[in-house]
Structure formats: structure tokens, C-alpha cells
Design a protein around this ligand. Structure first.
Ligand code: 7TS
Length: 410
């Protein structure tokens, strides 16, 4: 366990204006796995764009548009460096992890997958890393699922037994949004590549919380959501190895993504534009660039360490209570900063509702991971998820609010 004891109040809380907005002074926000709050630096960057140089990118040759294009492309470069991609053309701006995974599945479905091919994923995936693959069933593509052990870790024996000659793709979440489990993506990448499969990482719950290096991970493609890492909603990234992206077909057609269009057919623009059809989310991308600057200003190692301290504290407080069932690994080193739990005898929705009334924002339900809930044999869990603006006071407030739930239901 990490020895870092988190402070009562997060030193980063004041960077986030939502916590000083009228009525929110006591907000205990424990739903960052759904979406994070936004720091002033990001809000300012978006406002500056919208108020001083709003215009479309890559089109106008007037100064305003040149400035917008420069800022948009600078954001791409910032993100490239953030995940240590080799080339900025490997960074494709999309709406979020869901869109990234759908583009990947659609594109690979066009010319890389055929009847009888298999996609190996896991039972701990978010629906957005399951359903896009199931949508390829019309082509005869089959989806297989590696299971988990009784501590919510990936069952590597099961995974190894399911990978085979027909496995064209291995696609895994880096961090589970329900269990918090951190998957060993380096090892998974090695297994996938030894088998000749494409290796895809869903980085929605990892990139906001820990240093992620796509070269070290050796992943071929990765999906990220900006709104979970301090950026606005509606912006995310599809990362892909250049050579693979060059070989892939675009999933969406329209403006921006073409080189030439004739009645008889079209040719595609170079990367990354081949995958960015239509006017992109320019303000979102600029906001994402500002979010990267903000997170880099703290340092991802430091942020990860801070969250680990918070997680250890929360885990130890929750594990003291016999009537709280926690899902996922017990060792904080094996998991990221979120805890799904159930209070024995009380439905998750009732827990979350009373917590909400006590000013503690959590989430309950199946967390868009129904196959996992089936494996856990639970209809629902309540999830508390942490980020840099949380401190010990937030965990303490959660524990007091859980006490309130006990009083109401017993
Ligand atoms: N992958 C994982 C692991 C996720 O947790 C989520 C969103 C997504 C993909 C999809 O991201 P989006 O930004 O495209 O929606 N997870 C959650 C959640 O746990 N609660 O709300 C959204």
C-alpha cells in the first residue's frame, strides 16, 4: 500500500470553479469516472477561442482561420506528446472513446475482418468496447470474452485459451470503469502481437489518471475521452499507429477527409484528416490541449500518486465495515481511483439517491457494463470515483452519508 496520506482538502480543488459556484460550496463530487470537472484554465481557453478567434479550421486563408487552425493543430501536438505517440498524424480528434471504438470497428470491418474472424475482448468492458464489435455480426465476425477471477482481475489463463488462429483483434480496457482493475496492457499487447492480432486499448479510464505511453504499451489503436480528463464534452482521441491507420479505410465520409471527389469515386486525404470528416470540435480540441497543459503542470506521476493515497484511504475505511461489499482488487496497486460497492440489503439506486440528498454525487446502476454485472451476479452497484480535486474530506463525507443510508433502511 502507498504511504502517502491524502490531505483533508485537495490542493487542486481551487482550480475548479464549480466548487465555489453558489450552492456548490459543499459539493462532494465522486462521479469523475462519468465525467470530470473542468479547471479554470480549460474554461478560459475555450472562452478565448469562442470570443476572440472563432472560425473554421483548414479552410480560410484569413488570419482568424489561420489562428484557429494553429490552435487546433497545437492541441493535437500536445496530446501526441501526452501519450508519447511518435507522430501527430496518429492523433485523430473524435467525439469521445465511444466514437473512437465505433470508427475502429467500422473501419476494420470494411477491409480487415471477414466471416469467421474473431474479436477477443473481456467481460469487464464498457458497452462501447462490446457493442461496436457485435455490430459486425452481419459479416459473420464473432466476439469472444475473456473472464475474470474472483478478485475482479483478468483471468489470463482464460484469455490465453480463447486466443487463436481466428483472433484478428484483441481489445481491452486499460482500467475497468466498474472494478477499477488496471489491466497489464504491456503483457496483453505482447500476447496479441505474438498471435498476429491487432491490439486495441480502451484508455477512457486510464489516460486521465496515470502516465500512459502508447509506445511502451505497444498498442496499435487506443480510444480516449477528453471529458474525463478535465476537457469539455464532445472531444476525444483515436490514437493509431501510422502504418495501420494508413491501411485502414475511413468510416465516415464528407468534407475534410477527401483528397479528390469524382462522380465515379473519391480518394482520401492524408492522416489524420482521413478520419476527421466534417467540421471538427475545434473549441473542444483547444480545451483538450489546455487540459493536457493543466495535467502536465501537476505531473501525471504526482497525480497518480495522489489518487493512490486517496484510494488507499477510502478502501481501508470501507473495508472496516462488514456490511459493505467491495468489487475489484483489494490491493490499491492493482487498481485505479474508483470503488464500486454495495451496502448489504440495500439496492444501489437507493444508496446513490440518499448519498445524493446528502450532497455526495456517486453513480449507481450497471455502469454500461451489463456483461460484467451478469458475471458479478449483481443488478447494480454504487460507484464512488475520485480525481485530483477530491481530498480526505470527500471520503469522510461519503462514509457519513453511507451511515445515513443505514439509518434510513434499518
Ligand atoms: N470506455 C470506458 C472504460 C468507459 O468508462 C467509458 C465511459 C467509455 C468507454 C465511453 O466513454 P464516452 O466518453 O464515449 O461516453 N464510462 C462512463 C461511466 O463509467 N459512467 O459514465 C460514463
Amino acid at each position: 500500500m502507498t504511504d502517502t496520506i491524502p490531505p483533508d482538502k485537495s490542493p487542486y480543488r481551487e482550480d475548479f470553479p464549480i466548487f465555489t459556484a453558489a450552492g456548490n460550496e459543499h459539493l462532494v463530487y465522486l462521479d469523475s469516472a462519468a465525467t470530470s470537472q473542468k479547471p479554470s484554465a480549460v474554461i478560459r481557453a475555450v472562452e478565448e477561442f469562442e470570443t476572440t478567434f472563432n472560425s473554421n479550421v483548414h479552410r480560410g486563408i484569413y488570419p482568424l482561420s489561420e489562428k484557429a487552425t494553429e490552435a487546433y493543430e497545437l492541441a493535437r501536438e500536445k496530446f501526441r506528446s501526452f501519450i508519447n505517440a511518435r507522430h501527430s498524424e496518429e492523433i485523430i480528434f473524435v467525439r469521445g472513446a465511444t466514437e473512437a471504438l465505433n470508427i475502429i470497428a467500422l473501419s476494420l470491418g470494411i477491409n480487415r475482418l471477414k466471416e469467421g474472424d474473431e474479436v477477443l475482448t473481456t467481460v469487464m468492458e464498457h458497452h462501447s468496447n462490446i457493442v461496436p464489435w457485435q455490430l459486425l455480426s452481419w459479416k459473420g465476425v464473432r466476439v469472444k470474452y475473456a473472464g475474470i477471477d474472483d478478485r475482479g482481475r483478468l483471468d489470463m489463463d482464460d484469455l490465453n485459451s480463447k486466443i487463436g488462429k481466428r483472433t484478428r483483434i484483441v481489445t481491452v480496457s486499460h482500467v475497468s470503469n466498474v472494478l477499477g482493475t488496471i489491466n497489464n496492457v504491456r503483457e496483453l499487447g505482447r500476447i496479441a502481437h505474438d498471435n498476429g492480432s491487432i491490439f486495441i486499448v480502451d484508455g477512457a479510464q486510464s489516460v486521465p489518471h496515470m502516465p500512459v505511453d502508447v509506445q511502451a504499451m505497444n498498442c496499435d489503436l487506443m480510444a480516449v475521452s477528453g471529458h474525463k480528463m478535465c476537457a469539455p464534452t464532445g472531444i476525444g482521441v483515436l490514437y493509431g499507429r501510422r502504418k495501420l491507420l494508413q491501411e485502414m479505410e475511413p468510416a465516415f465520409g464528407g468534407g475534410e477527409m477527401i483528397s479528390e471527389v469524382k462522380q465515379s469515386g473519391s480518394s482520401w486525404a492524408d492522416l489524420p484528416y482521413k478520419f476527421e470528416a466534417g467540421t471538427p470540435n475545434i473549441s473542444g480540441a483547444i480545451g483538450l490541449g489546455a487540459a493536457v497543459d493543466y495535467l502536465n503542470g501537476i505531473g501525471m506521476e504526482k497525480l497518480e500518486e495522489y489518487e493512490k493515497g486517496l484510494l488507499s484511504y477510502a478502501l481501508s475505511r470501507m473495508m472496516e465495515q462488514d456490511d459493505i461489499e467491495i468489487y475489484g482488487p483489494r490491493d490499491p496497486e492493482e487498481r485505479s481511483g474508483l470503488i464500486s460497492f454495495n451496502l448489504k440489503g440495500v439496492h444501489g439506486h437507493d444508496v446513490a439517491e440518499i448519498l445524493g440528498r446528502e450532497g455526495v454525487a456517486t453513480r449507481s446502476g450497471h455502469h454500461c457494463a451489463q456483461p460484467l454485472m451478469d458475471v458479478l451476479n449483481e443488478p447494480s452497484t454504487t460507484r464512488a470515483s475520485f480525481y485530483l480535486y477530491n481530498g480526505r474530506e470527500d471520503v469522510d463525507a461519503l462514509m457519513s452519508a453511507i451511515d445515513k443510508v443505514r439509518h434510513v433502511f434499518r
